[in-house]
Unconditional design. Structure first.
Length: 434
C-alpha cells in the first residue's frame, strides 16, 4: 500500500517539472495511457492534472516486473512512479522518466466505455453519461480549469469594485418574473418553487448595501432542448444602487474584460490544449433600432421586440471579439420590472458576445405606483407581487443590474458548440444523471 501522506509530500506535479529536475529522482503519479511496445523498449504516457510525461523502460535496464507492467497495465489505470527524469528531444513533451519504482493504485476496467483521447470520437450524450471518465480528457479538464478562473476572476473584480457577495434562497413561494415555467415542489403543507432568478432579492439588497453580486443557481422548466439552454444553470448576478443601465453596462464590459484577461494570464496551456487564440474583447454600444437595421441590411428577418438568434449571429460576425451592448430595447420585449424610457422604449439591454446573448439587464422600476402600472400592462396581477412592490416603499434608490449565464459565457468565450460542454453535470429535458 502506498503511504498517501508520504506521497503528498514527495510527489511532484508533472507541470512543475523543469530543467532543474533533469537527472534527479522524482516521484510522480497519475493516469497511464498510450503504451507502446517496441520490443526491447517500452513507452507510455503518464498524465496528471497539471501535465504529462513520457515513461521509458528499456529491457535489462529496468526491473523485469516494471518492464512487463508498462504494457500490460490497462489504459487509464492509476500509478505512482519513482524514477530519474531526463530532458529528451525525442519525447513528445521534451522530458521522460526512467522508472525505478512502479506501483499500480487502481486498475481501469477494459474496455473503456468512451474514447478518452483529446479529440474523442464518442458523441457528447454518451460522454456525459460517463462524465467522470470524460474528465480524464485534457480538453474537458481545460474547459473547467478555465471556468474556475472565470469564477474566481468575477469574484475578484466585484470585490475590488466594492461589491458585497450575497447568497439568496433557492426555494421561493411564487414566480419572480412571470413567464418562465417553474419547477414546483412540496414545502410541508404548501407548494413552493425553485428559483428561476434572484432578481427580487438582489434588488432588495442593492437598495440597502448598494453594490451586490452573486453566483446563483437558477432552474427553468423550459421544455425545449437547445444547444444554448440548460434547465439548471448558474448566473453571475450584479445589482447596483444609484445607477442607470449605462453604469452597469460599463461594469459588465469591464468585468468580462477582466475575466478574459485572467484566463489569458493563468490558462495559457489550457488555451493551447483547446487550440484557442483568445483576445480581450472591445466594447461597442448599439441601440435596438440600430442593431435591427444592420440585420435588415443583411436581409435577415427581424422581430419588433426581440433579437432573433439569427440576428445575434449576424451581429457576432459584424463585431467579432466584441461585447456588444444593445440598449434602448422596446419596452414590450422586456419584463415588467424594467424601467420605461418613453416612446415605447425601455432602460433594458442585452449584451451579446461572439453571436449570442450572454446577459440581460437594465434599470429597474423602483417606484411602487409605476411598478403596479407595469405589472398590469404585462397582464400580471399586482396582488401576487405585493411583498416585492412593498419592498420599495421605504427609501429605495434607483438601481440597475444584470444577470449573465456562467455556462453561456464559458460557451461563448471558448467557442463551444453546445452549452453542455460548459457544465460538469448538465440538467436538460432528458438528463437527470449523473
Ligand atoms: P435566451 O434568450 O438566450 O433564452 P433569456 O433572455 O431567456 O435567454 P435571461 O432571463 O435574460 O435569459 O437570463 C440572463 C442570462 O442567463 C442569459 O443572457 C443567459 O446568459 C443565461 N441563461 C438564460 N437562460 C438560460 C438557460 N436556460 N440555460 C443557460 N443559460 C441561460
Ligand atoms: Mg435575456
Amino acid at each position: 500500500m502506498v503511504d498517501l501522506q508520504k506521497l503528498n509530500k514527495e510527489r511532484i506535479f508533472l507541470g512543475n517539472l523543469t530543467a532543474k529536475d533533469d537527472g534527479k529522482k522524482v516521484v510522480v503519479a497519475g493516469w497511464l495511457y498510450d503504451s507502446r511496445d517496441l520490443g526491447k523498449i517500452r513507452f507510455a504516457l503518464l498524465r496528471d492534472i497539471s501535465g504529462e510525461i513520457q515513461v521509458t523502460a528499456t529491457k535489462g535496464e529496468v526491473k523485469e516486473d516494471i518492464f512487463k507492467a508498462m504494457t500490460s497495465v490497462s489504459r487509464e489505470s492509476v500509478v505512482v512512479i519513482s524514477g530519474i527524469v531526463k530532458k529528451s528531444d525525442k519525447a513528445p513533451l521534451g522530458r521522460e522518466i526512467f522508472p525505478e519504482g512502479f506501483e499500480i493504485l487502481a486498475k481501469a476496467e477494459q474496455p473503456l466505455p468512451i474514447d478518452v483521447s483529446d479529440f474523442s470520437k464518442t458523441e457528447l450524450p454518451k460522454r456525459l453519461d460517463y462524465r467522470f471518465l470524460d474528465l480524464h480528457r485534457r480538453r474537458a479538464q481545460a474547459i473547467f480549469k478555465i471556468q474556475s478562473t472565470m469564477m474566481q476572476a468575477y469574484r475578484e473584480y466585484m470585490v475590488k469594485n466594492s461589491g458585497i457577495e450575497a447568497n439568496f434562497p433557492s426555494i421561493i413561494s411564487s414566480s419572480s418574473e412571470g413567464g418562465t415555467e417553474l419547477y414546483q415542489l412540496k414545502y410541508f403543507e404548501k407548494n413552493a418553487f425553485l428559483s428561476q432568478s434572484c432578481q427580487l432579492y438582489k434588488q432588495m439588497l442593492a437598495c440597502s448595501v448598494e453594490k451586490v453580486f452573486a453566483v446563483f443557481t437558477v432552474w427553468r422548466a423550459e421544455k425545449h432542448n437547445t444547444v444554448r439552454h440548460l434547465n439548471e444553470s448558474r448566473q453571475f448576478d450584479y445589482e447596483q444602487a444609484f445607477a442607470d443601465e449605462f453604469v452597469v453596462m460599463d461594469v459588465l464590459g469591464k468585468v468580462v474584460q477582466y475575466i478574459i484577461s485572467e484566463v489569458l494570464r493563468i490558462n495559457k496551456s489550457e488555451l493551447t490544449i483547446l487550440g484557442l487564440k483568445l483576445r480581450i474583447p472591445t466594447v461597442k454600444y448599439l441601440t435596438f433600432m440600430e442593431a435591427n437595421a444592420l440585420a435588415k441590411k443583411h436581409k435577415i428577418k427581424i422581430d419588433e421586440s426581440d433579437l432573433s438568434g439569427e440576428v445575434e449571429k449576424k451581429l457576432g460576425e459584424l463585431y467579432p471579439d466584441t461585447i456588444l451592448f444593445v440598449h434602448d430595447w422596446p419596452l414590450k420585449g422586456k419584463p415588467f420590472y424594467i424601467m420605461p424610457k418613453g416612446d415605447g422604449l425601455s432602460c433594458g439591454f442585452d449584451a451579446l458576445y461572439n453571436g449570442m446573448e450572454i446577459t440581460s439587464g437594465g434599470q429597474r422600476v423602483h417606484l411602487p405606483d409605476l411598478l403596479i402600472e407595469r405589472l398590469k400592462a404585462k397582464g400580471l396581477n399586482p396582488k401576487n407581487f405585493e411583498s416585492y412592490i412593498n419592498s420599495f416603499r421605504f427609501g429605495s434608490p434607483p438601481h440597475s443590474g444584470w444577470g449573465m449565464g456562467v455556462e453561456r459565457l464559458t460557451m461563448q468565450v471558448l467557442g463551444l458548440n453546445n452549452i453542455r460542454e460548459a457544465v460538469l453535470f448538465p440538467r436538460d429535458r432528458d438528463r437527470l444523471t449523473p
